[in-house]
Design a protein around this ligand. Structure first.
Ligand SMILES: [Zn+2]
Ligand SMILES: [Zn+2]
Length: 561
């Protein structure tokens, strides 16, 4: 990724007594959140998440933060603090721990339980866990941490106050200010106020919804809408939501009991996460309501509810397979109801609407965010952010967690409440807090790291470009044999193409020009096969572009015989 701040160079040495903030992901995108704090030569990591690829990154499974800037200093990392259990905050943790297994992990009970199941998949067993809850205070090296309850779209989320000799940082994590949450656990504004009284030198705040005016709607408002959808359904109901949205699943379970339906989970992450949430007491499962997915099919359709993953249109998810009629045991019937009780993450629009269209083509009634209040955001809107700034009264603000537009809107809100120093940074841009003032001091190299199957970081942006060209334009191979004695083309060109409606006769007219071009190069004394291949590439490339308006990948092969 090209860096948005060409004017910046490597940061100078951190002044004694200063705190350095190095965002390695999540500033400039919604996903792969990771921020490094440095004080007195020691490092603290807050969050270590993944970003999911979009249509322009074919074949990529996940995108990680770039650990490059701290790779040589992993011994200096005191701990990784995980603010909550969403993938964009915990998903890359196993990849960082693969580089140093014994970095302590700090987080709430649910967060650590969710990350633990990932560590087991990666066979990581030597990581110390420090379970914390709101109000707890614990030190790692020079970092004195205090945790504050925040309300979000997953239970047990925490903000963290980080005290060092440079002052106090307050990082909200992801949060909103639902005043009547289903679990009664509100964002602790009293703690925010207390920390504000003590003096917050740098406030890192969730920017996701900074452009949205007013207040985020309460989760409770969804309950009657779900109830209504249940009441109107005379057949099977399928609800798709995030596999971590415990409260949404709770609402569905409660509605199912009320309407005399049984529930089954489909999707591996849904089954796993809800078992964890139930075992730890975050999800209350009414007796007798759950059945195995395969048993559910034996019940009458009007008694069935499936809770499934795939609300973002992920192509391999249960919901996508149901929409394509390729699920092994869930077969959609005309008149079934599908409820997408989830947000639409930017970039997923095409995939989600593809699934919705597929479901509707099969005769399903689809209830989604666009036609009913079946989802509310997990993030604070502008009104809530204003409250926070007024309560905390921070000296410096660094908007985090968002695209550029979100972070700029968030900074404007801070300024409107009288915050004098708002610092904007993107991934890799280094911010120092020295003598109570935060400022941008430089940048570190920080790119995308792609996970593709078993490989991490081997796939590069240029290979993705090749994949896009192959996917959109196809390829043409050209084989030419050169006689090294006569210095002339002796056979070929043999031309093959894939990916477009080419037929071999399409290439007849370009064969002689290729022979002529190669012979001319040979006459001029070129013997290097790479250069001859470039001649072939140029000749056929120009012709394909002019006559067919295409730019396929061209693979020229020149063989000496
Ligand atoms: Zn979150
Ligand atoms: Zn997040």
């Amino acid at each position: 990724m090209s860096h948005p701040h060409p004017e910046l160079s490597a940061p100078p040495e951190l002044p004694a007594g200063g705190l350095r903030v190095i965002p390695l992901g999540g500033l400039g995108e919604v996903g792969r959140n990771m921020t490094v704090f440095e004080y007195d030569g020691r490092l603290l990591v807050v969050d270590c998440g993944v970003l999911f690829p979009d249509d322009s990154q074919p074949g990529v499974d996940l995108i990680l933060p770039d650990f490059g800037p701290i790779r040589d200093r992993l011994d200096a990392v005191e701990a990784i603090v995980l603010t909550h259990g969403h993938e964009d905050h915990i998903g890359a943790t196993p990849y960082l721990l693969r580089e140093r297994q014994d970095i302590p992990l700090v987080g709430s009970e649910l967060t650590l339980a969710l990350v633990n199941s990932k560590l087991r998949e990666h066979r990581l067993r030597q990581t110390p866990f420090y379970t914390v809850k709101e109000g707890d205070r614990i030190s790692f090296g020079p970092f004195d941490l205090e945790f504050v309850a925040v309300n979000h779209s997953i239970p047990d989320a925490l903000a963290v106050a980080i005290r060092t000799g440079a002052g106090m940082v307050l990082h909200t994590g992801d949060f909103k200010m639902d005043q009547l949450p289903l679990d009664g656990r509100i964002t602790d504004l009293r703690a925010f106020a207390r920390l504000g009284e003590e003096g917050v030198d740098l406030f890192l705040t969730d920017s996701t919804n900074a452009e949205v005016p007013g207040f985020t709607t309460a989760e409770r408002r969804i309950t009657p809408v779900l109830e209504q959808a249940f009441a109107e359904s005379s057949q099977r109901i399928i609800v798709a939501c995030f596999a971590s949205h415990v409260h949404r699943v709770q609402q569905v379970l409660d509605a199912a009991v009320k309407h005399n339906r049984k529930v089954a989970y489909v999707g591996r992450s849904m089954v796993r996460n809800m078992a964890i949430a139930r075992d730890l007491g975050y999800l209350t499962v009414p007796p007798g309501v759950m059945v195995e997915a395969k048993e559910l099919a034996d019940l009458a359709p009007e008694r069935q509810v499936l809770i499934s993953t795939g609300s973002q249109g992920e192509p391999l998810s249960a919901l996508a397979r149901i929409a394509q009629r390729s699920h092994n045991f869930v077969h959609l019937q005309e008149g079934d109801t599908v409820i997408l009780a989830s947000s639409l993450i930017p970039g997923n629009e095409n995939a989600v609407y593809r699934v919705i269209n597929g479901l509707m083509r099969l005769g399903a009634r689809v209830v989604h965010k666009g036609n009913a209040l079946v989802h509310v955001s997990g993030h604070a809107s502008a009104g809530e952010l204003l409250y926070c700034y007024n309560i905390v009264r921070p000296r410096n603000v660094l908007p985090v967690h968002g695209e550029v537009r979100h972070m700029l809107a968030n900074g404007e809100l801070a300024k409107a409440t009288g915050v004098e120093n708002v610092v904007y940074a993107e991934d890799g841009v280094v911010v120092d807090l020295v003598d109570g003032v935060a400022s941008v001091v430089g940048k570190v190299e920080c790119g995308y790291v792609f996970v593709d199957g078993q490989s991490v970081g081997d796939v590069t942006e240029s290979e993705l470009k090749d994949r896009r060209i192959l996917g959109e334009e196809g390829f043409i191979s050209v084989i030419v044999v050169v006689d090294s004695v006569s210095g002339k083309v002796s056979a070929g060109p043999e031309i093959h193409a894939r990916g477009h409606a080419w037929v071999d006769s399409d290439f007849e007219s370009i064969k002689q020009p290729i022979v002529d071009a190669v012979n001319r190069s040979l006459d001029e004394g070129t013997t290097d096969t790479y250069q001859l291949q470039q001649t072939v590439r140029r000749t056929i490339g120009r012709w394909v572009s002019n006559t067919h308006k295409r730019r396929p990948m061209i693979i020229p092969v020149v063989v000496e015989a």
